[in-house]
Design a protein around this ligand. Structure first.
Ligand code: AMP
Length: 325
C-alpha cells in the first residue's frame, strides 16, 4: 500500500520582484509547492488548505491534473485568498516581505476530510503553530497510532510571536526544516552545531538547516554523537525566482522518505535515508528557482530529476583516497 502524504499550508497568490523580473498574483503558497514536489516523486498527496472566492478554477485544475487530492482544499466564499508579496535582494539569498494579507487564512480552522485521517506522513508547511497542532490532533495514521512521520517548517514570525504554541507543536515533530537565521533565533545560539543540539532537545529528532545557495545541513541519529551531513545547493547560472525553494525542498525530502517507507517503514528513519532525502529535496529545489512561481515544477518530470541527481553526485564526490600525506 502506498503511503500517503498530507500537505498542510497555504495556497496563495504571490507577487514577486527579483532583480531579474517580476510576476503579479501568480499561484504560490507553501502547500502548493510541497504537494507538487512530492507528486513529482509519485507519492499520493492530499492537500489541506483554504482559498477564497477570487481563486481561479484554472489553478485548482492545474493541481488536480498533477494528481493532487484536493478534497481538503476549502473554498471560503466570504473572503479573498491569502496574498504574499516579496522583493528579493541582488544576491537572491535575502528577501523583504512587502505584504502578507492573511485574508481567509485568518479564520481558517482545518477540518480534515475522513479520507485524510489515515495519512502516514504529515508535512506541516509554514503556518500558525496552533493550526499545525490542530491538524496533528486529527491525523490517526495508517494504524490508528498517529502519523508515521511529521515534517514541519516554521518561520521567524512564529518563533517571535507564538513561542509557547510553537514549543508545543515541536514536541510532536520528527523532522524540523528551517533556515539558518531561524535556527539561530529559535535556539538563541549563533553557532549552528550548538543550535542544532538545542533545537533537537525541543522535540524534533531530525533537524535540517537550509543555507540558501550554500546548501543544507542535516543533524540526525544519536543525540550524543549525531550524524551530520552537508548537501550542496546546485550551482545554477540562471536563477529567476527563489520563492518556494524551501517548501519544494520539504516536499522532495518528505516524498523521498514516503517512498522508502513504502518498502520498509523502519528504513525511513535511518540516517542514510535522511541524507538521501536532503539531496532529493535540494535537487528539486534547484528546479523551482529556474522560473517564476511553480512553473518549472509543473513542466518537469522525474527524468529531469534523475539527471540532476547524477549532477549532484559529480558535484560533491570527494576524491577517493585523499590523505594529508
Ligand atoms: P519559501 O520561499 O519556500 O519560503 O515559500 C514561499 C511561499 O510561502 C510563498 O508562495 C508564499 O505564498 C508563502 N508564504 C509567505 N509567507 C507566509 C506565511 N506567513 N504563512 C504561510 N505561507 C507564507
Amino acid at each position: 500500500m502506498s503511503l500517503s502524504l498530507l500537505a498542510v499550508g497555504t495556497v496563495a497568490f504571490d507577487s514577486i520582484e527579483t532583480p531579474f523580473g517580476s510576476a503579479e498574483r501568480i499561484l504560490g503558497g507553501s502547500a502548493t509547492y510541497i504537494a507538487l514536489a512530492a507528486r513529482l516523486l509519485g507519492v499520493p498527496v492530499r492537500l489541506c488548505a483554504v482559498v477564497g472566492r477570487d481563486f481561479p478554477d484554472a489553478h485548482v485544475d492545474e493541481l488536480a491534473s498533477r494528481g493532487v487530492d484536493l478534497e481538503g482544499l476549502v473554498r471560503d466564499p466570504d473572503g479573498d485568498t491569502f496574498f504574499w508579496a516579496g522583493r528579493y535582494h541582488f544576491d537572491l539569498n535575502n528577501r523583504d516581505t512587502l505584504a502578507t494579507h492573511l485574508n481567509v487564512l485568518a479564520t481558517f480552522k482545518p477540518v480534515l476530510p475522513e479520507a485524510y485521517l489515515d495519512s502516514a506522513i504529515v508535512c506541516l508547511g509554514n503556518l500558525d503553530p496552533v493550526i499545525q497542532s490542530e491538524v496533528l490532533d486529527q491525523v490517526k495514521g495508517p494504524d490508528g497510532k498517529g502519523p508515521a512521520l511529521v515534517v514541519c517548517d516554521t518561520m521567524n514570525y512564529w518563533i517571535g510571536s507564538a513561542p509557547e504554541a510553537l514549543a508545543e507543536t515541536l514536541k510532536r515533530v520528527d523532522v524540523l526544516i528551517v533556515n539558518d537565521a531561524e535556527a539561530r533565533e529559535l535556539s538563541g545560539e549563533p553557532n549552528l552545531v550548538r543550535a542544532a543540539r538545542v533545537i533537537r532537545a525541543m522535540g524534533p529528532q531530525t533537524l535540517v538547516i537550509k543555507k540558501g545557495e550554500h546548501g543544507a545541513l542535516l543533524f540526525c541519529g544519536d543525540t550524543a554523537r549525531p550524524t551530520v551531513f552537508m548537501a550542496p545547493a546546485y550551482p545554477l547560472e540562471d536563477i529567476h525566482d527563489p520563492t518556494g525553494a524551501g517548501d519544494t525542498f520539504m516536499g522532495g525530502f518528505a516524498g523521498h522518505l514516503a517512498r522508502i517507507a513504502e518498502g520498509d517503514p523502519a528504513a525511513a528513519s535511518d540516517p542514510e535515508a535522511m541524507k538521501q532525502a536532503v539531496v532529493v529535496g535540494s535537487a528539486l529545489a534547484s528546479f523551482v528557482v529556474e522560473a517564476f512561481g511553480p512553473d518549472r515544477l509543473l513542466e518537469m518530470d522525474v527524468s529531469d530529476l534523475d539527471e540532476r541527481l547524477s549532477d549532484f553526485h559529480r558535484l560533491s564526490a570527494i576524491p577517493a583516497g585523499l590523505v594529508a600525506l
